[in-house]
Design a protein around this ligand. Structure first.
Ligand code: PLP
Length: 381
């Protein structure tokens, strides 16, 4: 199989992930921070060493500012619902994933005011429109770092400056960039950064995290046992315990820890250079297919690893089904949980075919896939 659905979840996972998870379940699976025995101590060390590795990767100090979540959606919900109150105003964009759009819609029904600023045809947010959207009660700007549909990287540092000048906080959805695009949290200017552990970080599903910056006080969306301050019936105020109640996904975090070791060893700069080369090969090859329409920025350096296209006369779901059935190529068609992004690109309601690369794809593979798509355009269209 040629797997080009890394934006949904990466596959294969990093070398060592399956082994670390199996070892954890067979030999280490105590409850971290809950008891003093060897298994509990080992489990706690797996969780805390993964937290330290994430903090190193993102330039975060102290590591306790990294809160483990189930996925990016969980972190985004925690940030949005832990921060915003009725009467607050929040600014977002017209290319967001439903993991931002739907919590904001639910919050709007409780009295939070939401402004969606438009994006240009390639998915880049209109920064001038964003600058005009601030109000005296703007509490937060929330923006994806890269579109999961067209790959478009957003000018996050510029948006951070605008948010901070207006006294607002900045939440970045890093689902498509953490692990795939090298950066430190300070480069983004983010006060909050939510991300998945199972996409660019090459860890298992059921893992993710939220970075919580200094001066950001999030109300927990879940209270409960933390293994600390157990004599009190109120939630502890220190991070990560304030926001991490209940037994965590220890086996998943053990796998994520192994993935982070691999990423540290291979290096994010090298991974990014490889993925830019893959995106360039895809875009250059697909541009030659008669009638095919490509979306997103022309320059691969302005994109994360996703490339979207449509073919005349064939629905995206038909193209994906042919790629799967006739060529054993895995891609994702449709709206990609981001209907606003497709409205922006002009591809709503059928969506696009999305090819999304990862560190284990090769130039040979993407060239083969371009050939298959050219064949589909000739024979099926
Ligand atoms: C931009 C973006 N945000 C959020 C998410 C949600 O991520 P998760 O599946 O880890 O909750 C995705 C998933 O595809 C995404 O692409």
């Amino acid at each position: 199989m040629i797997y080009l659905d890394n934006a949904a979840t990466s596959w294969p996972k990093a070398p060592g992930v399956a082994e670390a998870m199996s070892r954890f379940l067979l030999e280490e699976a105590g409850n971290p921070g809950r008891s003093g025995h060897r298994l509990a101590r080992t489990a706690a060390e797996r969780v805390e060493s993964a937290r330290r590795a994430l903090a190193r990767l993102l330039g975060v100090s102290p590591p306790e500012r990294i809160v483990f979540t189930l996925n990016a959606t969980d972190g985004l919900n925690l940030a949005l619902k832990g921060l915003l109150r009725p009467g607050d105003h929040v600014i977002t964009s017209s290319v967001e994933h439903n993991s931002v759009t739907r919590p904001l819609r639910a919050l709007a029904e409780q009295g939070v005011q939401v402004t969606k600023v438009p994006c240009f045809g390639d998915g880049t947010v209109d920064v001038d429109a964003l600058a005009r959207a601030f109000r005296s009660n703007t509490r937060l700007v929330v923006l994806t770092h890269a579109s999961n549909v067209a790959g478009t990287l957003q000018p996050v540092a510029e948006v951070a400056r605008l948010a901070h000048a207006a006294g607002a906080l900045f939440l970045v959805d890093g689902a498509q960039t953490v692990g795939a695009v090298p950066f430190r949290v300070a480069d983004l200017g983010a006060d909050l950064l939510a991300f998945s552990g199972h996409k660019g970080l090459l860890g298992p599903t059921g893992t993710g995290a939220l970075y919580v910056g200094p001066g950001v006080d999030l109300r927990p969306t879940r209270e409960g046992g933390t293994g600390t301050s157990s004599e009190l019936d109120v939630q502890p105020s220190d991070l990560p315990h304030r926001l991490e109640s209940g037994t965590p996904n220890t086996v998943g975090i053990a796998g994520l820890g192994a993935a982070l070791e691999y990423l540290e060893h291979r290096g994010l700069e090298a991974i990014r250079a490889h993925e830019v080369a893959l995106v360039r090969a895809l875009r250059e090859g697909l541009r030659e297919v008669p009638g095919l329409r490509l979306y997103g920025p022309e320059d691969p350096a302005r994109c994360a690893g996703a490339v979207s296209f449509t073919l005349p006369g064939l629905e995206p779901s038909e193209v994906a089904a042919i790629l799967d059935a006739s060529f054993d190529v895995a891609v994702r068609p449709g709206l990609h949980c981001a209907p606003d992004a497709h409205r922006t690109l002009g591809t709503f309601p059928l969506g696009t075919v999305r090819l999304s690369v990862g560190p284990f794809n090769t130039l040979d593979e993407v060239r083969q896939v371009v050939g298959y798509i050219a064949q589909i355009a000739r024979s099926w269209g």
